[in-house]
Design a protein around this ligand. Structure first.
Ligand code: MG
Length: 338
């Protein structure tokens, strides 16, 4: 097997703003694994605040020697080897995992949802994210999204949370998922806010308080009328057991957990820890989004809109028609290069 890669910069349709942070571009690295003339595609997405860069990914990939493997059915062994090369580097590892899954599915001639025994009709609708912005832009983005989606995601955690919700509610009645991105510091006022949000048609809250404040998040989860989902508090499979009782659920992202192989294990472990599951993403091309979408029929909430937020997607695969995740019938992760 031969691994190759190249850096690529995703241009954002709108500047992406979360609590205390804004950007107009997301760097990624696109990978390919070739075996007997068949090519699998993968991707590492590298939002600046997570620490990996195109340079660090390329350095990691330099160390990956796939020429020692000639059996695509040894995905578990290959990925254990990749994981053992260095700690961290989760997006770099995901870029190998995704390409390997794409290749293996292509060789087997089936998409992964089918190989995993999932019914593609059971994929939940995807949320579409409305980032913080001026009232005019928020209204414009919300109006556009209102026609195309069934549930919206709103980034809060700033000073104008209630105003942001009122602006959105002035143009849509769609259910809302909230991502506070650790932005709420005080648990009592966070609880008051959650009750207020529930009255405004909010259905779930992601990462209400600091990732390190497990006691505070547990206190809030116990009292919250809405389910809470860990995002920054959970990266990989090994993080899950300590979150039992701390959150109602977890947000699994391929770039955090090293890819589809570990994400699938997390999905399967979650019920035993009384954790519900959502699948999230970074700003990504349709390559990594389609990979995550293959697992989506197994989860409750999907936040897989990253490919819709860019102007230079170089893949086509999953589509989000009418807010529904429509999985393609192409084998592997279900993508075609464009
Ligand atoms: Mg989040």
């Amino acid at each position: 097997m031969k691994l190759t890669w190249k850096p690529y910069n995703l241009q954002l349709k709108y500047p992406f703003t979360i609590a205390n942070y804004s950007r107009t571009m997301t760097p990624v690295v696109l990978t390919e694994i070739e075996y007997e003339g068949i090519v699998g595609y993968g991707e590492a997405s590298l939002p600046q605040y997570l620490g990996e860069t195109q340079t660090s990914v390329c350095e990691f990939l330099q160390k990956v020697n796939l020429s020692q493997f000639n059996d695509i059915n040894r995905i578990e062994d290959i990925l254990s080897y990749v994981d053992s090369i260095a700690t961290g580097n989760t997006a770099a590892k995901a870029s190998v995992d995704i390409a390997l899954h794409d290749l293996a599915g292509k060789i087997k001639g089936k998409p992964w949802y089918s190989l995993l025994g999932l019914d593609k009709e059971k994929a939940p609708p995807t949320t579409y994210t409305i980032g913080m912005d001026t009232d005019e832009i928020v209204k414009k983005k919300t109006k556009e999204a209102n026609e195309k989606f069934k549930i919206l995601k709103v980034k809060l955690g700033g000073e104008n949370d209630k105003k942001m919700i009122e602006v959105i509610r002035s143009v849509t009645d769609l259910p809302l998922a909230i991502d506070a991105n650790q932005g709420w510091a005080d648990k009592e006022s966070a609880l008051d806010m959650i009750y207020w949000l529930q009255e405004k048609g909010v259905v779930m809250i992601e990462q209400p308080m600091s990732k390190a404040d497990l006691d505070g998040n547990a206190w809030l989860t116990e009292r919250s009328p809405l389910p809470t989902f860990a995002d920054e508090s959970v990266q990989r499979l090994a993080d899950m057991s300590r979150l039992k009782g701390v959150f109602s659920g977890i947000n699994i992202k391929l770039m955090k957990c090293t890819g589809m192989n570990e994400a699938w294990k997390m999905i399967q472990l979650a019920p035993s820890l009384n954790l519900r599951v959502m699948l999230g993403c970074m700003t990504e091309t349709s390559c990594a989004i389609s990979a995550a979408a293959q697992l989506s029929p197994a989860v409750e909430f999907a936040d897989l809109d990253g490919n819709l937020l860019i102007t230079n997607d170089c893949f086509e695969g999953v589509s989000q028609f009418g807010g529904n995740i429509i999985l393609s019938d192409l084998p592997g992760i279900g993508v075609r290069k464009i």
